[in-house]
Design a protein around this ligand. Structure first.
Ligand code: ATP
Ligand code: MG
Length: 447
């Protein structure tokens, strides 16, 4: 992609409204633009990151046996009356009337709708278990939208729902999602710790929040530092096998949000030097809620003996758009964003120090083509901005590798390769730079 033809409206100065680094950097690097309080347009660079996150979320959901579908953003109020949540939900729900005076709402979550879909689509115990998910926009009229996309009103969520015949089956479904979440966040380049959590308006008795530790987070958390060193399950983890030991390893170490924090248990089970009280960002939450929706909504299957059985459900959310902010919060420096390779909007930023010079121009075009041929996307700065400003922009947008092509170097066949995260630079030939990027981490996101 040639920067001269791209749409990358970077800001020179810090926007006054941004209180935390990720919000400031997302506005400055031209990832999003606020259109109304808590409502954002995703500009081309931001959309690339969002799509890369979505891709990893999908791959891990599919690997764990979940099936993707897509439900509408608008729902009928009557559907929510079936579960009793229409009146219970409160002012966060955006309620709408259509031209026929029918009551609608913009979905804040989809338990009712997916239960209705299952109710219509399954009849027998043989049709279960099933796990359905979508990646879709949600609306919650948050009292205090803030921190940019971290607490938006319109936001992108991966929401998944499992349906089983009994509690034992539902707990296995819950465990599979627990493992899939560990893998998903690790691949996204963040450390998200599963913590015991309150169930809130979703209901149920078993829940974990996945929390990225950050001083600017809105959640108050307590945990055993040892949880930070646990190994993430590998990509060949057997989702059909026994997950108890793995889950036990993660849940036996103390980790809880302040809502369910138990000071007595904490002090009894965590040695003082391992106690960590800090703040964090909730990037996902999983719930087991049993028959909370299937009972009132009569979502049942017929059992072998002819009896009817209410479905046992769980739901599983990931804040896809919030993750963009959370990743930046966890990975930035004074110069800008430092994208983990797996979610970077481009693999390489290519800086032509002297556009119009035949030698640098042709070296840049050559590099762009060779890298593209290996599946590495390049943001090619071919503009006539000053060198200093080009370096600053590339650092700000946080592309993980930079190649700098200048007339002096190229006369000797050399370019400079810089790793954004460490600032390390080396001079090497064009061929060596390509080889280094192709063999290196660029574009390879599986741990
Ligand atoms: P919070 O406690 O932060 O308000 P929640 O517990 O109400 O979130 P869930 O119903 O668990 O949210 O939704 C699943 C995920 O969606 C959350 O873990 C979070 O990552 C994301 N999410 C929730 N609300 C917002 C929001 N207003 N803006 C961006 N992402 C959100
Ligand atoms: Mg939650």
């Amino acid at each position: 992609m040639r920067l001269s033809r791209y749409f990358l409206p970077v800001l020179k100065d810090d926007p006054a409204e941004a209180q935390i680094a990720s919000h400031r950097l997302m506005l400055r690097a031209g990832l999003v633009r606020q259109e109304a309080a808590g409502i954002y347009a995703w500009l081309p660079l931001g959309l690339r990151v969002l799509r890369r996150i979505e891709r990893i979320v999908r791959e891990e959901m599919d690997r764990a046996g979940a099936i993707e579908l897509l439900m509408p953003t608008l729902q009928l109020a009557d559907l929510w009356r079936e579960s009793g949540r229409y009146d219970a939900y409160g002012p966060e729900m955006l309620r709408i009337r259509d031209r026929h005076e029918r009551e609608l709402l913009y979905g804040p979550t989809n338990e009712e709708m997916v239960t209705e879909i299952l109710r219509a689509g399954v009849g027998s115990y043989r049709d279960l278990p099933r796990n359905l998910y979508q990646i879709q926009w949600k609306f919650r009229d948050e009292q205090r939208p803030r921190f940019g996309v971290m607490r938006g009103r319109e936001f992108l969520m991966k929401d998944g729902y499992s349906f089983d015949l009994d509690e034992a089956g539902a707990r296995r479904s819950y465990q599979r999602m627990f493992v899939a979440y560990l893998r998903t966040f690790a691949r996204l380049g963040v450390k998200a710790i599963p913590m015991r959590a309150e169930t809130g308006p979703i209901g149920g008795d078993l829940s974990h929040e996945f929390i990225v530790l950050a001083e600017t987070g809105e959640s108050d958390v307590y945990c055993d530092r040892a949880v930070l060193d646990l190994a993430v399950p590998p990509d060949d983890v057997d989702y059909g096998g026994e997950l108890d030991p793995l889950i036990h390893a993660w849940t036996s170490l103390y980790a809880a949000t302040s809502d369910v924090h138990d000071a007595v248990r904490y002090e009894a089970s965590v040695p003082p030097e391992r106690r960590l009280r800090t703040r964090g960002i909730e990037v996902g939450q999983i719930f087991y809620f049993g028959t909370k929706y299937s009972e009132p909504m009569r979502a049942r299957v017929t059992m072998p003996d002819g009896s009817a059985r209410a479905l046992h459900g769980g739901s599983y959310g990931i804040g896809v758009s919030r993750l963009v902010g959370a990743i930046i919060e966890a990975s930035h420096d004074e110069a800008g964003i430092v994208w983990p390779d797996a979610v970077a909007p481009f693999g390489v930023g290519l800086i032509n120090l002297k556009p119009g010079d035949p030698a640098t121009d042709s070296a840049c075009i050559h590099l762009e083509h060779r890298l593209a041929g290996r599946g590495i996307e390049v943001l090619h700065d071919d503009t006539d901005a000053r060198a200093g400003s080009k370096f600053a922009t590339m650092d700000l947008v946080g592309v993980p590798w930079q190649i700098v092509v200048g007339p002096r170097g190229i006369a000797g066949g050399m370019v400079e390769l810089k790793r954004r995260a460490s600032g390390e630079r080396i001079e090497l030939t064009l061929d060596a730079a390509v080889a280094c990027l192709v063999e290196g981490t660029v574009g390879k996101d599986a741990p």
